[in-house]
Design a protein around this ligand. Structure first.
Ligand code: CTP
Length: 319
């Protein structure tokens, strides 16, 4: 019998898999969901005890200089030197300074977005956050186009742009970056030593081609602070995913938060297969035991927040 792997546990193919996705079905339904302003404010306040998105979204120019040595967050024994290029791209002030938005969309990368028709709705939000340079043009009907902030884990350069081995791939990345048109490009540069060269390549490309993006490099304490907040709330994550990081940051500057493309399960609520990513062929086994993420656990926490009205999860079609 075929098996799927979700976060390390092998589940028999048919019967248990359906239970798995039914277990996660979302209530209340879209039309009945109401925002809970009191709870959202309480969450913002609690998170502020651990981190401040305005500051932690990026290291600023004034705090580092070229040649400074940084220990990687997950590889404490490995270090990097702040290069001239990185220094040049550090913002002078926080890209979120004094920012407040009525509604924000955070777009995760699950295949549940395909055929959702959510593009228009996503684009109506005042601030739209996307993850890992996910493509939009070809999927606009389902994912929208508006992008105010997009993240880029260094691993994306390997996975989606063939480590820029030749001019064709460099051009592809360049096109994607040009398409960002002044949005914030959020690069976790200090997490793991494996990303060192990739971050440098991207920085060099941005400077050489005068790409119009506002680069941001998350603070050294952000990841542990985010993990600390969730652990305190009994959500035992190993390493927060990009999506959870974005939600945690967004609580600071968004009144209402709408999540799309968060669905780490191989079947949707109607038992139809769901791709892991809406735009590539990465498989669910990718979130294996070796992976530091605990996506289904995160999802459970987000679902509970949806039920309480602190955020709105959309996992089906948009109205
Ligand atoms: N996500 C999800 N369900 C999926 C795929 C993604 O809920 N099937 C959410 C996760 O919160 C994830 C975000 O969408 O962080 C963006 O997806 P992806 O680019 O796969 O992010 P990460 O797994 O965090 O990135 P990486 O693999 O580079 O750590």
């Amino acid at each position: 019998r075929a098996e799927v792997v979700i976060n390390g546990s092998s589940l028999p193919a048919v019967a248990d898999r359906s239970n798995e996705s039914l277990k996660h079905s979302i209530q209340p339904a879209s039309s009945k969901w109401r925002h809970n302003q009191t709870l959202s404010l309480r969450i913002r306040k609690q998170i502020l005890k651990f981190l401040d998105a305005e500051k932690d979204i990026s290291v600023l120019k004034g705090t580092l200089k070229p040649g400074d040595i940084i220990h990687y967050i997950f590889d404490r024994d490995s270090t990097m030197n702040v290069s001239q290029n990185l220094y040049e791209l550090l913002p002078r002030t926080s890209p979120l300074k004094n920012k407040h938005f009525q509604t924000c969309a955070i777009v995760g990368n699950s295949g549940v977005l395909l055929n959702s028709g959510c593009g228009q709705e996503i684009d109506t939000h005042s601030f739209v956050i996307r993850c890992n340079l996910a493509p939009v043009q070809e999927y606009a009907r389902d994912v929208g186009l508006k992008t105010d902030l997009v993240t880029m884990n260094p691993s994306v350069i390997q996975r989606a742009f063939e480590d820029l081995v030749n001019a064709t791939w460099r051009e592809k990345l360049l096109q994607r970056l040009h398409g960002l048109n002044g949005s914030i490009l959020w690069i976790p540069a200090f997490m793991a030593r494996g990303g060192k060269e990739r971050v440098e390549w991207v920085n060099a490309l941005i400077l050489k081609h005068h790409v119009n993006v506002r680069t941001a490099y998350p603070s050294l304490r952000l990841l542990h602070a985010v993990r600390g907040y969730w652990l305190t709330n009994k959500v035992h994550i190993k390493r927060p995913t990009t999506g959870l990081l974005m939600y945690t940051l967004a609580t600071r500057f968004c009144n209402q938060i709408y999540l799309y493309g968060f669905w780490p399960f191989p079947l949707d609520q109607n038992q139809n297969p769901v791709k892991y990513h809406y735009y590539d062929s990465l498989k669910y086994g990718y979130t294996s035991q070796a992976s530091p993420h605990t996506m289904p656990l995160e999802f459970k926490a987000l679902k509970s927040l949806h039920e309480q009205g602190a955020l709105k999860l959309t996992v089906g079609q948009c109205d």
